[in-house]
Design a protein around this ligand. Sequence first.
Ligand code: CUA
Length: 327
Amino acid sequence: MPKNLPFFPESASTFSGSVDALYLAAVGMSAFFSLLIAVLVVWLAVRYRRRHPDSVGHAEHENNLLEIAWTVIPLGILIGLFFWGAKVFFTMGRIPPDAATYYVTGKQWMWKFQHPEGNREINELHIPVGKPVKLIMASEDVIHSVFVPAFRVKMDVVPGRYRTMWFKATKPGTFHLFCTEYCGAEHSKMVGSVIAMPPAEYEAWLRVGRPAQTMAASGGQLFSQLACDTCHRSDSAARAPILDGLYGKTVRFLDGGSAVVDDNYLRQSILDPSSQIVAGYNPIMPTFRGQITEEELHQLVLYVRELGAPAAATTVATATPSADATH
Ligand code: CUA
């Protein structure tokens, strides 16, 4: 895009090019056909105008070739647009496995961010340039929506479940972050910035603000504060499922159903444990709904996930500058 043309936001992610190209193709196609039809309407009206007050028109028979052409050509164009759009959509939906994860909580009317290293921010998110970034997003109250125009990403943040999206910033800078779903009186103030930094600067920024404990450690603390560990112990398998190594596995329920243990499964099991009783156990777990905030839930889920994925746990536990530089 021309630099001084203010019709487009800045392009700062790997999605910008493909989203803009698709958008321009759709607009260009619409403009071309609008213009073509408008010109034909005027030209035909003039060309076949009534020249004498007593002239009478004569019926035209249909032209099969013409009708097939103006059906098949637009059909082909639209099907092409569909596949093109689907390709962009799937690229945006497939999260690279090596993406760095950040935790987002939307609430009336602010954005809260947590880094796995433990850093927390409000209405600002610092990220490294050139690395895929994954957001796991929850809402404390109503539907919000994350929108970063410069990255061409937007996703609703819906209460009651996690939503995820990813992007990769291509240049450093401070980019607008909007809530783009009307969420109450101060919706228009629910704005912030994403600050993309060169990786070395980002590491330095992380170190300066790094709190005493990682997110997973905070989750572990909650795990004992809420007394989860009285039942979920590796030596008390009869009372509650063992959580070590559970993440990513398939669990079977009393009612015959099954599910893969992922973030949303863990979230629901904490807030609504009786909805999914794992076969072989009694429904004795109380709900923790109302006792734990979405931010804390992020920590707890991360803690349990890392019990199940030792490799990921190592990444966070050894998040020293030298180790970080490798991913
Ligand atoms: Cu949150 Cu609008």
